[in-house]
Design a protein around this ligand. Structure first.
Ligand code: GLU
Length: 312
């Protein structure tokens, strides 16, 4: 990607979009560094977006931003918060509704789990129970006071995307939720609307989100929005193979600083996990080659992390 001169001069942007549910751990910081490297190495702007439609812990967004800055990342323009952009999501949902592309869904989570997967549909896909609800049934649900979610009326069961690390990837599309029962826009809708509105044409994020990506690309297409370039990067795991989490020890920047590490040392650990020697993102940028990125998860052994007296 970085060797393509056409992409060097792109006016596009990459981004990092954390959910402010707690402190970023080393795996999150590593993904942020990678998103920054992919953007900066291709001449893109790098944007920061706080995805605060749910799971908000007070003060977490501020600490996340401070940690990202402390390890040397910078970003362009003001930080965007999804909670301040609700009218945009409503407009996109209205556009789909006007095109006959939505329907109300009164199913509870439990009912969906109990229902069989849609015939010919992907495993775990919404079975379409409310797709053809009669006016009487709808009125009955409303009278019962059941909150309605709004779903997409999808006309396909799968969609293909191209990913820088995973190549062609075909994945499930179902009648995904656009607006939740509590009235808030769903993540899949908000992320698509925001990336397009912000001019984001490069999405770099953890590969746990790869399975959601065909849905998002399909949704973008329905909304007449461009589909971004994607790079889904390996996650950080603990030695048991589970996603890295707070319980895994001193795995946040604050934890490492409390143990005596410097931000540069933490950055060096992240660089090392990517196969580079560097103690700042700027040093890493000179060497960055996406083709050399590890394709396997990063196993974080808390005891094996840099000790305060160990350099760089
Ligand atoms: N907010 C999401 C998360 O923290 C990331 C969404 C994205 O990068 O598209 O997991």
């Amino acid at each position: 990607m970085h060797t393509d001169p056409a992409q060097q001069s792109t006016a596009g942007a990459g981004r990092y979009a954390p959910s402010p549910s707690g402190d970023l751990h080393l795996g999150n910081l590593r993904t942020a560094v990678l998103a920054w490297l992919f953007a900066r190495s291709t001449g893109r702007r790098f944007l920061m977006r706080i995805e605060d439609l749910d799971r908000v812990r007070p003060g977490a967004a501020e600490r996340q931003l401070a940690d990202l800055a402390a390890i040397g990342l910078d970003w362009d323009g003001p930080v965007v918060r999804q909670s301040e952009r609700l009218p945009r999501y409503t407009a996109a949902i209205d556009q789909l509704t006007a095109a006959g592309r939505t329907y109300e869904c009164f199913c509870t989570r439990r009912e969906i789990q109990q229902a069989a997967t849609a015939p010919h549909g992907p495993m775990g896909a919404y079975p379409g129970t409310c797709r053809t609800l009669t006016a009487e049934a709808r009125a009955r649900h409303l009278a019962d006071g059941r909150p309605a979610a709004l779903r997409l009326r999808a006309d396909t069961t799968d969609f293909e995307i191209i990913d820088e690390l995973h190549g062609r990837y075909r994945g499930a599309v179902d009648d995904l939720v656009l607006r939740r029962g509590d009235g808030l826009p769903a993540y899949n809708l908000a992320v698509v609307v925001d990336d397009a509105a912000q001019g984001v044409d490069q999405v770099v994020r953890g590969d746990d989100l790869l399975p959601s990506t065909p849905r998002q690309a399909y949704l973008a297409t329905l909304l007449g929005l461009p589909v971004p370039h994607y790079a889904h990067v390996p996650l950080a795991l603990n030695p048991a193979g589970q996603r890295l989490a707070k319980r895994d020890g001193a795995v946040t920047l604050a934890d490492r600083l409390a143990l005596g590490n410097t931000p540069e040392q933490v950055m060096a650990v992240l660089a090392d996990s990517l196969g580079y020697i560097a103690s700042s993102p700027a040093q890493l940028l000179h060497q960055f080659d996406p083709a050399r990125l590890p394709r396997e998860p990063w196993i974080v052994r808390e005891n094996g992390l840099l000790r305060p007296d160990a350099g760089p």
